[in-house]
Design a protein around this ligand. Structure first.
Ligand code: T46
Length: 138
């Protein structure tokens, strides 16, 4: 089975005062960041996401609390739990994503390769699957 969840271990500078993580281009970021947003105050039992992106690349970091991310490439599905600010989840283009099981204290920070573009979203799962199939036929 294909591994969909690319987890990045983030180098942590720790001393008696606490911990610090630095994210910069090439160390460890593989793309330039054009936008940052974060999701918090998420209500119990809800799912977010439920879409894919045509081009956007992102890194998801749970800076507080925990949540689960399910990724789907049209054939395989994989769920990963984010529960540490020392782990980043790389999510490339053409992956259906669902975020769920947010803890009450969850803050999910997202580093994005592009500015916001509503036209980059595929919000219908059947259309997403068809687009995956067409891509693999190229
Ligand atoms: C993703 C997952 C992980 C903006 O105006 N600018 C932005 O940069 C974003 C991300 C959202 N919005 C607006 C659009 C909607 O009216 O904020 C509202 C909520 O967005 P959405 O329903 O798309 O949020 P999620 O949590 O379902 O998905 C978000 C990102 O949109 C998406 O790119 O990969 O987080």
């Amino acid at each position: 089975m294909t591994k969909l969840a690319e987890l990045i271990s983030l180098k942590t500078f720790g001393d008696e005062r606490g911990s610090l993580i630095s994210l910069q281009l090439n160390d460890p970021l593989s793309f330039e960041i054009k936008r940052i947003y974060y999701i918090f105050n998420t209500k119990s039992g809800i799912k977010r996401g439920l879409h894919a992106h045509k081009k956007l690349k992102q890194i998801l970091i749970c800076t507080s609390g925990s949540c689960k991310i399910t990724l789907d490439d049209g054939k395989n599905r994989e769920t990963v739990e984010l529960k540490s600010p020392t782990k980043g989840l790389f999510v490339g283009a053409m992956l259906w994503r669902e975020m769920h099981e947010f803890s009450v204290d969850c803050v999910l920070m997202v580093l994005a390769s592009e500015e916001y573009d509503a036209n980059d979203y595929l919000r219908n799962y059947d259309e997403f699957k068809a687009a995956c199939f067409n891509n693999s036929e190229l």
